[in-house]
Write a protein that binds this ligand. Sequence first.
Ligand code: ARG
Length: 473
Amino acid sequence: METKNSPHGTITDNNHAALWHGRFAEGPDAAAVEFETSIHVDERMALDDIHGSQAHAAMLAKQGIISVEENRAIQEGLSSIEKDLSSGALSIDYSAEDIHSFVEATLTDRIGDPGRKLHTGRSRNDQIALDERLYLRRVIPDLQKAIVSLIKTLTNIAENHKSSLLTGYTHMQHAQPGSLAQHLCAWAFMLMRDVERLSDSLKRVSLSPLGSGALMGSTLPLDREAVAKELGFEGATYNSLDSVSDRDYCIEFTSDFAILQQHLSRMCEEVVLWSTTEFGFINLSEKWSTGSSIMPQKKNPDFAELIRGRTGKVYGDLINLLVMMKGLPLAYDRDMQEDKAPLFEALDCVQGNVIVFEAMIASAEWNLPKMEESCFGGFANATDVADYLVRKGMPFRVAHGVSAKCVRLAIDSGLSAIEDLKLEDMKKISDLIEEDIFDCITPRACMEGRKTIGGPGAIDRQIEVLKSFCGKF
Ligand code: ARG
């Protein structure tokens, strides 16, 4: 490491020493360096770090803290770093402690002294909080777009299957007749909430922490509001101590990811179940299935299983963050460096899962006769028998009993459906039952008759809501 005299005193020429090396007589142990660096994880925020630094330097110049020329050199230097990183002319130096150190050192290598002014009025504590927020604001819309694309695919399939019968289950027992469209729209509405939840969380990263410094702000006349606006934020955060201690947004987004992952996992469970020989509702394409090394006949739903199987990772990431932050005193503690790995892992995981699920479901075939068959044989129209009697004036509780007796009689007579009973036998249970009951309790009549908002007989309205939601993205 060379030293030289400058008008500002002795400065080192080694721009790549740790940013804090000045206080230390001895360099750190190599193993210590390896243990504490975070560049392998935070390198993905390089762009955000550069943009944050550019806005910071511009503000410093506007406030007269650095000169116009120094700012120009910093802007050009940072732009050249951005360009070279994206072209591959510059690669990340993994011996740097973190992305902030790398960018600053590279800048100083390129432009000399002005680079040494970049960190004026700033700490890595507000810098990292800024970078994370900028990164999330940049990439979360991509995840939202991927989810919206999946919602569109589900809505399109639903639109083609408004009248494709599919029974609904509760407790995995036949419950009431429904449609494939109703089921796919149910998935779509789960996902719609995920998109909205992400938008809600984005509101909580709409303020900039830059200018909070290490923890107590700055004695320099920084214009926090201006730099915040420059970076597209609504304004500056309110309390410097809170701003550098806060990692709520990491937890909040990861909990959004965990809920999204829960939805995907439940959807995958149904895909796995539906692709069994027993159910046979869905036939996954060969492109999105795998085989067995020993059983030649196999076509396995591995992609649905892998998505389902990665739920542990995403839930684990959320617990990781919650526990890591638990009990940390204000302000910054190095524990907090551990926030990025789980945040990024969960994000990457759900984003990949959404994309794969869409490809898998879009290329699948639906076995309509099998689905229709599912509406028979499980007394799924028993509620409709009760509703029929209610329409004839019978109190629901009494009608429930009459329908139950019909089910009982069918089972005792070895029949698998209420409609297989003779009218005269049903009439013995209730003389309100007439010939017209048979038309009222076909699976199609039961499905189409459920016209209440949200029901399978009112699917057009659901499809409209989903389409207009997707249209906004
Ligand atoms: N690499 C650090 C992190 O990700 C940046 C902040 C470092 N601050 C500090 N006081 N050591 O958290």
